[in-house]
Design a protein around this ligand. Structure first.
Ligand code: NZQ
Ligand code: ZN
Length: 389
């Protein structure tokens, strides 16, 4: 074994209730002119907007606002935000919302220092040179954007959805108050739980050498989601359930569990095509894809990883044959997504047919082979999409 990596996760986290009193002073460290970015209104309904504004005013900050960030945030909204930053000489960005709001804010921060369309950056025609400091108040446990260095932006005109990581975009400070997720509905709680699980599975399903310790951490995180996702759906204001989901979602993707693993992800590139073409919720697309990807991928060369997953995450009898455990783990995961969490189980059920599969598979494989747990070329991806119908 020759595990090698850099640990560098500098986001400062305020976890728990009533921590917002620290918001103003944290922002002030970075400047006085703040752009508050939020979504379609959930923070106004929940009362969080008022609480945030009270803190900002108390600290004497000058506040500008950009509401209306869409789920699957659009590059046009990002450009709008960057324009405000340039015009008003914004010094610090405050994102209050789900992953879409935080992702958009990251690219607003990048665009503030770029003289052109943010899509140039996402399509690698231009480089990320800097990013305004970002502070976040997360309201949905799913993406981990509050503690990671990535973001995903959609272009409605070209039907593209592109993700990018850069350490400059990692939030400086994030407020993780589980009570801010009490108002998340059943559907978004279910989709968020799937997204957290998927972030872990994308790393866990890997045959590279790595630290046993990290596998144990990932198994613990997956068990946490399987235990608390359904509880949060049943009891939306159960603090223990919301807190466990919230902290698991940050740690699933902040980089810690990756260790030195370098393999590409598998289900995310496929899902991003689904949400690019059909604007569906990211977690729903992942729920439909993941069990099919597992079925397609499982073979004698990698069955040991599925066995480990089945025994350690779903407590399947370890004396059964590896292939039996592997297949049972896929059944149990499907049961969790489609029965326990209540999500639709096929693309057909959400009105998606095979019309765009060719081009989606082409884009997901980037015209070559996606070198994940099992290398997938365009034809492989096409087959997985068809299995989802
Ligand atoms: O827009 P508002 O009104 O705020 O409503 C949102 C939205 O309709 C609502 N919501 C959020 N918090 C709420 C709430 N409703 C009631 N109470 C609350 N407390 O939920 C809806 C979905 O919000 P969104 O931010 O889109 O969800 P999520 O956090 O799942 O973010 C999804 C986006 O993140 C990307 C996805 O592709 C997708 O574009 N991802 C980002 C990643 C990252 N930054 O590293 C990684 C992920 O794999 C993912 O790709
Ligand atoms: Zn995801």
């Amino acid at each position: 074994m020759n595990t090698k990596f850099i640990y560098d996760i500098p986001t400062k986290v305020y976890f728990g209730e009533n921590q917002l009193s620290n918001l103003g002073k944290e922002i002030k460290q970075y400047g006085n002119k703040v752009l508050l970015v939020y979504g379609g209104g959930s923070i106004k309904k929940s009362g969080l907007y008022e609480k945030v504004m009270t803190e900002l005013i108390k600290e004497g900050l000058e506040v500008f606002e950009l509401p209306g960030i869409e789920p699957n945030p659009r590059h046009t909204s990002v450009n709008k935000g960057s324009d405000i930053c340039k015009k008003e000489k914004i010094e610090v960005l405050l994102a209050v919302g789900g992953g879409s709001v935080i992702d958009a804010t990251k690219f607003i921060g990048v665009g503030a220092g770029y003289d052109g369309d943010i899509w140039d950056i996402l399509t690698k025609k231009a480089e990320i040179k800097n990013c305004l400091p970002i502070i976040s108040v997360i309201t949905l446990s799913a993406t981990g954007s509050e503690m990671d260095a990535g973001g995903v932006i959609s272009n409605q005109e070209t039907k593209d959805k592109i993700g990018m990581f850069n350490p400059l975009m990692r939030p400086k400070v994030s407020f993780l108050d589980p009570t801010n997720t009490y108002s998340v509905n059943e559907y978004q709680t279910a989709c968020g739980s799937v997204d957290i699980l998927s972030h872990i599975m994308e790393v866990y399903f890997n045959m590279e050498d790595d630290l046993f310790m990290l596998d144990c951490v990932m198994e613990g995180l997956m068990k946490t989601v399987i235990k608390y996702g359904p509880l949060a759906i049943k009891e939306p204001d159960n603090y223990e359930a919301r807190a466990n989901l919230m902290w698991a979602s940050s740690w699933a993707i902040n980089g810690f569990v990756m260790g030195g693993r370098m393999k590409a992800w598998s289900c995310h590139p496929m899902e991003h095509q689904l949400s690019a073409y059909y604007d569906i919720t990211h977690g729903l697309g992942l729920a439909i894809l993941t069990p099919r990807w597992m079925e397609y991928t499982l073979d004698e060369t990698n069955v040991s990883k599925f066995y480990q997953f089945g025994v350690n995450v779903f407590d399947i009898d370890k004396s059964l044959s590896p292939m039996t455990v592997a297949n049972t783990s896929i059944e149990l995961l499907s049961d969790f997504f489609f029965n326990t969490l209540g999500l639709d189980s096929t693309l057909g059920a959400i009105g998606i047919d095979d019309k765009h599969f060719e081009i989606m598979a082409e884009k997901a494989s980037q015209g070559g082979t996606q070198n994940g747990f099992k290398p997938l070329n365009k034809n492989d991806i096409l087959k997985v999409f068809r299995m989802c119908l």
